[in-house]
Design a protein around this ligand. Structure first.
Ligand code: ADP
Ligand code: MG
Length: 442
């Protein structure tokens, strides 16, 4: 932390008490790296904790915030707000550019271009980000990425930072959220450090990666400051990459002149991923984390969690947690139990007969033929689709499906379900038929 800052030298009595409690409840290394060096400013309404960088702040949020809330309760201090700030004054010293070339990247290696799964939903944004990281400031400036929550915007932003750090170590990269930018600005105004603030974001910055710009909506003072920062960087041909949950013009409460500027370079969107991409992401994440994830289960999760990759990952983690608690491997049964609440309620009202009818209708077949023992190809595929749908949507066991589908052996059902899963990967017609039936189920 910078010297001579009022804010960093103060540690309130409450904070010391909280610290004592945290010392007792947290593992030693967490306490010494995240709690001990943290200083706190106490006001009537809030406890303001300052961190030297975003990573420490995020780690604190993840590992210490709930124990801290518990401590606040025990000390009857839970009426206070807890605010976390990233704050640096002489930040340039710790910028990547000033780290020696062999030093470790400040960008989490989990979020790189290599770990980013490309599909048609994000291909364009991905390509634009790669181009920018190869030639910062030269192709698209600013690059504006927008899209819904959990679709990989921050991942891409980090990947740019990581790549530039790896390949162009002389460039000074600043990566932060718009919220952190705002907080830092407020602090700088409060303690009269605007000169340092401007120095940091203008003269000492070659690449500015600013996450979640929609946060600036309605914050006029921050927008004004950012407007000058933007102009300075843009004129100096320094790369700016911005993410947002909306298209620039759709961010209400954002000044017109900023909206216009955001469209100067390239605007790229990320869309919800298609099912193949979702499956691929799940498999990648499972592999990265050494989780054994059967194909069937990957498809099951991917077909139920459709709009948000963060939730997709969350489901995988939940499943893994259940599996390790029960000392078992991940199976379809476990997935169905664990992720039951992901399946929209309406599905529970579906009946096996309802699904059978939909399949018959879709293929123009008779229900009795689907249940019968006839082996014609025109029948066997729809029959297998039916097995697949019964398993997926009604979570029926293999013997149950067997009994329902004209007394077939459970291994026949297993084979049928697997056939559909593997063939639908290469045969778009099967996939389309399934999608058509599922759209009626929904
Ligand atoms: P956003 O910033 O758009 O809300 P994030 O970038 O935080 O979303 O992504 C949420 C989670 O999903 C992260 O863990 C990220 O690694 C993962 N993720 C998103 N898109 C992809 C992708 N295409 N490939 C691999 N992981 C992804
Ligand atoms: Mg994000």
């Amino acid at each position: 932390m910078g010297q001579g800052l009022k804010i960093t030298s103060m540690s309130s009595k409450s904070w010391l008490q909280i610290r004592d409690r945290l010392k007792a409840s947290l593992p030693g290394h967490i306490f010494s790296t995240l709690v001990e060096p943290t200083s706190c400013l106490e006001t009537d309404a809030a406890l303001e904790l300052s961190f030297p960088n975003r990573f420490t702040k995020e780690s604190f949020e993840e590992k210490c915030l709930s124990p801290m809330r518990l401590a606040l309760k025990e000390l009857s201090l839970d009426t206070k707000r807890v605010e976390l700030f990233v704050f640096k004054t002489a930040s340039v010293e710790t910028q990547p550019a000033f780290l020696s070339p062999s030093s470790v990247s400040p960008f989490d290696p989990k979020y790189t271009f290599e770990t980013f799964v490309i599909g048609s939903s994000n291909q364009f944004a991905h390509a634009a980000c790669q181009a920018v990281s190869r030639q910062p400031g030269q192709c698209y400036n600013p690059l504006f990425i927008f899209g819904g929550a959990g679709l990989g915007k921050t991942h891409l932003l980090r990947a740019i930072g990581h790549e530039i750090f790896k390949t162009q170590n002389n460039l000074r990269v600043l990566f932060l959220t718009s919220e952190a930018f705002t907080n830092e600005l407020i602090q700088a105004i409060r303690i009269d450090r605007m000169r340092e603030f401007r120095e940091k974001y203008r003269a000492s910055c070659d690449v500015l990666l600013l996450d979640d710009i929609h946060f600036l909506a309605g914050k006029e003072r921050t927008q004004e400051e950012f407007f000058y920062t933007f102009n300075y960087l843009h004129e100096s041909r320094k790369q700016i990459v911005i993410t947002s949950d909306r298209y620039p013009k759709d961010i209400s409460g954002l000044e017109n002149r900023l909206q216009t500027r955001f469209e100067w370079g390239l605007v790229a969107d990320v869309q919800p991923p298609e099912v193949e991409t979702r499956v691929a992401i799940l498999k990648n994440k499972a592999e990265e984390q050494n989780i054994l994830l059967p194909d069937e289960v990957a498809h099951y999760i991917a077909s139920h969690v459709t709009s948000n990759i963060r939730e997709l990952e969350g489901s995988l983690h939940r499943l893994q947690a259940h599996a390790s608690l029960n000392h078992t491997l991940i199976t379809m049964e476990l997935a169905q139990q664990t992720l039951r609440d992901l399946v929209p309620k309406i599905r529970h009202q579906l009946t096996p007969d309802g699904i059978l009818k939909l399949v018959a209708l879709t293929f123009g077949l008779k229900i009795i033929d689907l249940k019968a023992d006839k082996r014609a190809r025109v029948l066997s595929e729809p029959r297998q689709i039916c097995m697949y749908l019964l398993r997926k949507h009604l979570m029926m066991s293999l013997p149950e499906i067997g009994a329902f589908m004209g007394n077939r052996h459970h291994t026949t059902i297993l084979h049928g379900v697997n056939e559909i899963i593997s063939r639908s990967k290469t045969n778009p017609e099967i996939e389309n038929n399934i999608a058509r039936i599922e759209s009626l189920i929904r």
